[in-house]
Design a protein around this ligand. Structure first.
Ligand code: F58
Length: 834
């Protein structure tokens, strides 16, 4: 603020003493030792690996904060349009390695640490993952932050500072157990901003009053106030000075008079209890993926975070003293799924109740500001909140929701007179018992653009769940932006050897900021030495994974086997059950072979990883089946190295960085039409693995880019799914014969008590096989047979691997970010360089 700024005449003195950035290994080492000795109060006599991590992180944090300050000053000074990315999840993973690489100082740090007798890898691996997300949606948000900073967009992320991230998974006797993930100890990457707080209100009632002009106004007299405190996380771009901000809100009891009254009245215990209740709002990340449970605390989280973020955004805008009509020229807000939909209603409330704007003008501003990204067509994942719950928690917001709906339905009625069915389908309120608020409808009505995350998905939302809205608004409100991944983390950081080899051929690391340059690699497909280096790198990465597997499970796997990987959240629609049934089929086939026949078999390691939502029994029994199969197969001496089954526990971002570069084949086998995009498919191909997949999500576009000869596609198409389900429903269902053999083995107790798997089998045999496991089984097995055959021709396989990587340029997150910037946000980059 102006009051706190230093007089002009003293600026020179400040500049003279302003912090400098280390550039040499000695300067780094000096900073490192200073932090060890002072910040951490340690010395060379007790500098363990954790201290080495902390010292390195603190040295880099200082650097980031200098750039962060400059970036923020520059963005404020030039005052151009900013984008705010609202996401309830940011699945960041580790920060240190990424910061070192983005700043371009990893070698300096490695050398500096080596001079002090320390290994940089030991420091890096001490860091706890920041796991504030469930899966793809949260990781996409993290990739956005990396790209927005790298491309110099003035951008902020807004999220919640959960005390507990996604739970840690332990496998005990084959079952998943959940352990709380308390990740905040020793986290050097966040800056508490105790001076940046917002009081957030809940409950209470709405009072009407007349203003000085006699206009009837609404005032929300809330019943509970909770304080939001800002924690800032610097986000460095790669090869740029831009360091953006991720602001995470933490909840605590409001310091208002309310609490003091209790303290003063001697009610100390209850005042402390209130404190704890307030803190529960940001306590825990909900661990469901693609399922909405309608818990009040979740709605409280959503409003708490939306209201705090909007207050912050509006405060920043008001400092510029512009007219409200300019708000959408200065501010773009992107909603990562419907979780932040209340931000739409909150902005409307601020404009009409607090700033006195007329409804229409306010609504024009709101719709000009927001964009909404949809990530799923699964009906059970579409958010709905009960009207009574909303009425109680956010009475004024519910009124505004009703008004939004009224004006919307009036306009629909005018264009489609007498179509009552249509009105009830598009209404924001579902007329059920209790009535429900459909968040996706508010998100569509309150945004100027709605996008899906891959072409098939964006087509599907237009023809199925949001079809009526296309009629109402026309097709232009709906658009597609196919997802991508950041090549910095998912190639350069995860696979430094491959990145270095590519850089050597392409004459530098330019491909990390222009991934389309990879196409130049195709010229080397036939280059003998290059091919050898390529395959050596894959072999080395497989060894690294084999070591991880040994450490985690005790099993030794033969690194010459085909590594077949499926890592992602465990969900029926992603069909890990199809994969494990395929593994059982393979096992049974191997058992039936003669020793002579077995000699021709390509050895395989089937690797699984992923968490099941704690209350999702079917997903948990899939994990149990995988582990039960592993227990039998892995100790079968007759089979030996020909087949091993591995479940990697607690799959997370830092494990993904080891797993992705080490796959020969990875599985992306969702029922067609269910996986909106998928992003790990991109990570695996970018690291030289081939994939087996269905015609779903981004698999289709990967095929378009790399060529269908370079991917193993199988299974029914999305357009046939509805019909098949319909036929199953009417009893037209026959278990595939190969699958029947698998089921018979399970029922015979080959993998332990068949009772444990009964519901999994009956969901297919008896309850309609909703995910078409049986329908796709034969085609899945045949395609795996092709994989085996093609893997035996290593020369061909290598050519496919190289060609595919060369054609992956399209899937850079930078392309994605530029598309959002041009077609949704209308913002320009801002170079921070002096
Ligand atoms: C995922 N959604 C999609 N949701 O399933 C995936 O296809 C897509 O690639 C990815 O988004 C990015 O667009 C997803 O991860 C969640 O985890 C939600 C968490 C909160 C509750 C509802 C599901």
């Amino acid at each position: 603020s102006v009051e706190a700024s230093i007089p002009e005449g003293l600026h020179e003195a400040w500049r003279k003493h302003s912090a400098t950035e280390f550039t040499t290994k000695d300067e780094f080492a000096k900073e490192f030792v200073r932090h060890i000795e002072t910040t951490l109060a340690r010395s060379l006599y007790n500098c363990d690996e954790l201290a080495a991590y902390s010292g390195t992180a603190l040295a880099f944090r200082d650097r980031l904060i200098i750039e962060w300050n400059r970036t923020q000053q520059r963005q404020t000074f030039t005052d151009q349009k900013r984008v705010y990315y609202l996401s309830l999840e940011f699945l960041m993973g580790r920060a240190l390695d990424n910061a070192m690489l983005n700043v371009g100082m990893k070698d300096v740090a490695r050398d500096g640490l080596a001079d002090l007798g320390l290994r940089i890898e030991d420091a890096i691996t001490q860091e706890h993952d920041a796991a504030l997300g469930n899966g793809g949606l949260g990781r996409l948000a993290a990739c956005f932050l990396d790209s927005m900073a790298t491309l110099n967009y003035p951008a902020w992320g807004y999220g919640l500072r959960y005390r507990y991230g996604i739970f840690k998974q332990e496998i005990v006797n084959g079952y998943q157990m959940e352990i709380p993930d308390y990740w905040l100890d020793n986290n050097p990457w966040e800056f508490p901003r105790h001076d940046i707080t917002v009081d957030i209100q809940f409950y209470g009632h709405v009072a009407k009053y007349q203003d000085e002009n006699g206009k009837v106004c609404n005032s929300w007299e809330a019943g509970e106030t909770v304080q939001a405190v800002a924690y800032d996380v610097p986000i460095p771009g790669y090869g740029t000075k831009t360091t953006n901000n991720l602001r995470l809100w933490s909840s605590k009891a409001s310091s208002g008079e309310f609490d003091f009254q209790k303290f003063n009245a001697g009610d100390y215990e209850s005042a402390v209890a209130d404190q704890q209740i307030a803190e529960t709002i940001s306590a825990v990340l909900y661990p469901n993926d693609n399922l909405e449970r309608g818990k009040e605390l979740r709605l409280k989280q959503q409003y708490f975070w939306c209201a705090a973020s909007l207050y912050d955004i509006v405060r920043r805008f008001k400092k510029t003293r512009r007219a409200w009509s300019e708000f959408p020229d200065q501010v773009a807000i992107q909603l990562n799924d419907t979780h932040p939909t209340l931000a739409i209603i909150e902005l409307q409330r601020i404009l009409i109740d607090l700033e006195g704007l007329e409804w229409e003008e306010a609504w024009r501003i709101v719709t000009g500001t927001f964009g909404y990204t949809n990530h799923t067509v699964l009906p059970e994942a579409l958010e709905k909140w009960s009207v009574p719950l909303m009425q109680n928690l956010l009475p004024r917001h519910l009124q505004i929701i009703y008004d939004v709906n009224l004006f919307f339905l009036q306009s629909v009625e005018k264009r489609f007179p007498k179509d009552r069915e249509m009105l009830s389908r598009v209404s924001v309120i579902e007329e059920s018992h209790p009535k429900m608020v459909r968040m996706a409808h508010i998100a569509i009505i309150g945004s100027h653009k709605v996008n899906g995350v891959a072409e098939l998905h964006s087509d599907l939302i237009k023809t199925t769940i949001f079809k009526d809205f296309v009629k109402i608004y026309g097709p232009d409100r709906f658009t597609n932006v196919t997802n991508g991944i950041t090549p910095r983390r998912w190639l350069h950081q995860a696979n430094p050897s491959l990145s270095a080899l590519i850089a050597e051929k392409l004459g530098g690391y330019g491909f990390l900021t222009d991934l389309t340059l990879l196409d130049k690699l195709e010229a080397y497909v036939d280059d003998k030495i290059f091919r050898q280096e390529w395959s050596d790198i894959k072999a080395k990465n497989k060894l690294r994974l084999a070591k991880l597997i040994k450490d985690l499970t005790g099993y030794s796997v033969n690194p010459n086997s085909l590594f077949d990987v499926q890592v992602k959240r465990i969900h029926e629609y992603k069909r890990q059950q199809l994969n494990i049934f395929g593994v059982i089929h393979r096992y049974l086939s191997l058992k039936a072979m003669t020793p002579e026949q077995r000699k021709k078999v390509v050895p395989r390691v089937s690797i699984f990883g992923g968490k099941a939502a704690p209350g999702y029994w079917m997903a948990k029994s899939i994990i149990y089946l995988i582990n039960s199969v592993a227990a039998v197969v892995n100790k079968d001496e007759e089979i030996g190295d020909l087949l091993k089954v591995i479940f990697i526990e607690d799959y997370n971002v830092s494990k993904a960085e080891i797993i992705c570069p080490a796959s020969d084949l990875s599985e992306h086998i969702s029922t067609a039409g269910t996986e909106a995009s998928g992003t790990s498919n991109m990570k695996f191909v970018l690291n030289g693995g081939l994939i087996i997949g269905t015609c779903d999500g981004a698999n289709i576009e990967i095929t378009r880019e790399i060529g269908e000869q370079n991917i193993f596609l199988f299974g029914n198409l999305a357009e046939d799914v509805e019909d098949l389900r319909h036929r199953h429903f009417y009893g037209d269902f026959q278990l595939d014969p190969l699958l029947k053999r698998v089921f018979d083995a399970i029922k015979a107790g080959t993998f332990g008590d068949p009772g444990s798997f009964a519901s999994l089998l009956s969901s297919i045999e008896e309850h309609g096989d909703y995910y078409l496991v049986s329908d796709d089984f034969n085609s899945y097995i045949t395609t795996h047979d092709m994989v085996d055959k093609e893997f035996q021709n290593q020369e061909e396989w290598l050519a496919k691997s190289i060609t595919s990587v060369a054609r992956m340029g399209f899937f850079s997150m930078d392309r994605v970010t530029n598309e959002y910037a041009d077609s949704i946000w209308n913002i320009e980059p801002l170079d921070i360089e002096d």
